[in-house]
Design a protein around this ligand. Structure first.
Ligand code: FAD
Length: 621
């Protein structure tokens, strides 16, 4: 049957990409359908129940700045919050939350069920309706045809999913869920480039069987941070402790002894795994000189005894998993509740996508999440938001949108995937962004919320909070710029014990804030009243302390934009550019970019290298 309601956008898959995609399209006023295997698994975290971390929190906050759900759900589900790199500069500072997986899922489901313009339907999508080169809709497992001009596919690890534990393997989308075989077969008939990747997860442990007395405790941050720009500390549930333990020589011997039954080391698994999140067998094999690896023991939730031992992802046979777990301090009598496993799945070469995430081969068909060769909830959520937005724009017959590399980590992610493709699961790092000081996690709203409002992604409440913050930052910056403190004044006396060089002239509060030893809290209320808003205070402080660096990056961006279309002749000799490293020269020789814009997108070609390239091109005339 053809379903009587025609939709503007259909999203297949209710994981992290799918939920952000359908919410984005629905917020933009499009009549949207979310078609997913199982309503109970909406927003399910397949692996570690943790959101954020270095590079990843930047994506979460960008999704939030554009009205997405991930950060709000993290504030409702986070049972331990940490700020990573807190002693380093604001560019690489990152918030990470351990979540209660049930609370996180419940928060996502509540947001989905309360979203106007969104219908949810539980059923596998087995086929796409494609006429000529254009998608028209989706056919479900029981033959229902849903029609829409835009379809977003976010099937995660489910397409042709194969689960491995030792030399045993079976089909599955992830443990406990069916794979997507019919759809995977259908997609292989379409002109799309399909390849295989793999990822893995550790065995879960029953806390009742763990000896915590021998383990190192790790508590979260105090004061507690929030993930969303709208988040409130009061939204957080009870906060809990994590623990740290380590593998040892005995663990490593057990692992090495089991490699002859490892699907990875016997060639049973063909897909490439995530380099930055290797299995424990990979770590022990590759870094044979290390006699110990750290394991973070993280609770899976407030109302469960299950623990996630972060650092021992494995696909070794179950008997080896039991032995290796029990060789670890604290786990001597551990009971495994779920075995670790690896999963192989289909992904599509992202170089076959447009910047909107629409496939080049099939009009109206968009791809987002793990199927584009990425790994991680945050990477998936960010892509989902972008694909859902562009699917909605297409349905409305409007131009597509994608942020630039200097505007958002989402822009970096998309540009990396589309220009370079990927041979291994791609994850975000701050080092992938050239303009880290502009793309901080604290200013994602300043960078993106206005655009989100224009696109229809940002609701009235978020817009009100944002405008208020933006105005407060501007007025507080101005107040600090025009409020002065004299040498030998009572205010100078208050500051004296905190400062290195004494005040010997008149200073504005803003000048004082530039001193590394002083914080906003130290000086804002010396004269007049400080703002009672942590986010505003943080902005004012960062903008003062890093003004020079931020201005320099903004100049670089402006210069690069002005020169983006400068042509590079095909026969250009890179070996003659003075000051360029051999590595960068090699990359340029191999990639042969035809414009400066393309050269900037080659990984490892820094803004400084591009400046040298420009100078040489100009000399050449
Ligand atoms: P998913 O979260 O997988 O969601 C896909 C959704 O689509 C599911 O709801 C599914 O039911 C639905 N679906 C699929 N096919 C159909 C269909 N035909 N019809 C209807 N619905 C369908 N990430 C890390 O960052 N680090 C890790 O260490 C890590 N380890 C992992 C280990 C394992 C075993 C697995 C399975 C995943 C791991 N991940 C890891 C990846 C992480 O889970 C994903 O990056 C993230 O969930 C991707 O989000 P997604 O929305 O693309 O897909």
């Amino acid at each position: 049957m053809i379903y009587p309601k025609k939709y503007d956008v259909i999203v297949i898959g209710g994981g992290h990409a799918g939920t952000e995609a359908c919410l984005a399209a629905a917020r933009m006023g499009c009549s949207t359908l979310l078609l997913t295997h199982n309503i109970e698994t909406l927003g399910q975290m397949s692996c570690n129940p943790a959101i954020g971390g270095i590079g990843k929190s930047h994506l979460v906050k960008e999704v939030d700045a554009l009205g997405g759900a991930m950060a709000l759900a993290t504030d409702k589900g986070g049972i331990q919050f940490r700020v990573l790199n807190s002693r380093k500069g604001p560019a690489v500072r990152a918030t990470r939350a351990q979540a209660d997986r049930a609370l996180y899922k419940a928060a996502i489901r509540t947001i989905l069920e309360n979203q106007p313009n969104l219908d949810i339907f539980q059923q596998a999508a087995d086929d796409l309706i494609v006429e000529g080169e254009t998608v028209q809709g989706v056919i479900t497992q029981m033959g229902v045809k849903f029609m829409a001009p835009s379809v977003v596919l976010t099937a995660g690890t489910f397409l042709g999913g194969k689960i491995h534990i030792g030399l045993e393997n079976h089909s599955g989308g992830r443990a406990g869920d069916p794979p997507s075989i019919a759809l995977a077969d259908r997609l292989r008939e379409l002109p799309l480039n399909v390849e295989r990747l793999k990822t893995g997860t550790p065995p879960r442990i029953d806390a009742k069987s763990v000896d915590f007395s021998s383990l190192e405790e790790q508590w979260g941050e105090n004061p507690l941070p929030v993930m969303s720009y709208l988040g409130k500390v009061e939204d957080h549930p009870e906060q809990v402790c994590c623990w740290i333990t380590h593998t040892n020589q005995k663990t490593h011997d057990i692992i090495m002894g089991g490699l002859d039954r490892s699907p990875m080391y016997t060639g049973v698994i063909e897909g490439v795994g995530p380099r930055y999140c290797p299995s424990i067998e990979d770590k022990v094999h590759r870094f044979a000189d290390k006699d110990s690896h750290q394991i973070f023991i993280e609770p899976e939730g407030l109302n469960t005894h299950e623990l996630y031992p972060n650092g021992i992802s494995t696909s070794l046979p179950f008997d080896v998993q039991m032995d290796l777990v029990r060789s670890i301090k604290g786990f001597e009598n551990a009971h495994i509740t779920r075995p670790g496993y690896a999963i192989e799945y289909d992904f599509f070469n992202p170089q076959d996508l447009k910047y909107s995430f629409e496939t080049k081969a099939i009009k109206g068909l968009f791809f987002a999440g793990q199927i584009n060769g990425t790994t991680g909830y945050e990477e998936a959520g960010a892509q989902g938001l972008l694909a859902g937005t562009n699917a909605a724009l297409r349905a409305k017959e409007q131009d597509s949108w994608c942020p630039e590399r200097d505007q958002a980590y989402i822009g970096v992610l998309v540009d990396d995937l589309i220009t370079m493709g990927t041979k291994e699961p791609y994850r975000m790092f701050t080092s992938r962004a050239e303009y880290r000081l502009l793309l901080r996690e604290d200013n994602a709203d300043i960078r993106l919320t206005e655009k989100g409002r224009e696109l229809g992604l940002v609701d009235d409440e978020r817009w009100r909070v944002f405008c208020e913050k933006r105005e407060l930052v501007a007025s507080e910056h101005q107040r600090m710029k025009t409020t002065f403190i004299q040498a030998n004044s009572p205010e100078a006396a208050i500051l004296a014990p905190k400062i290195k060089a004494p005040l010997n002239r008149e200073y504005s509060l803003l000048d004082l804030l530039k001193r590394p030893e002083l914080t906003y809290a130290d000086i804002a209320s010396l004269k007049g009243e400080a703002v009672d808003n942590g986010q505003v205070a943080e902005q004012v402080e960062i903008l003062a302390k890093y003004a020079g660096y931020i201005d320099r990056q903004q100049d670089e961006v402006a210069k690069l934009r002005a020169n983006a279309e400068t042509l590079i002749p095909n026969d250009f000799d890179y070996s003659n550019i003075e000051g360029l490293s051999n590595e960068v020269k090699q990359k340029l020789i191999e990639a042969k970019p035809d414009t400066i814009a393309r050269a900037t997108r080659i990984q490892g070609v820094t803004p400084a290298a591009v400046s040298l390239l420009l100078i040489t091109l100009k000399k050449r005339g």
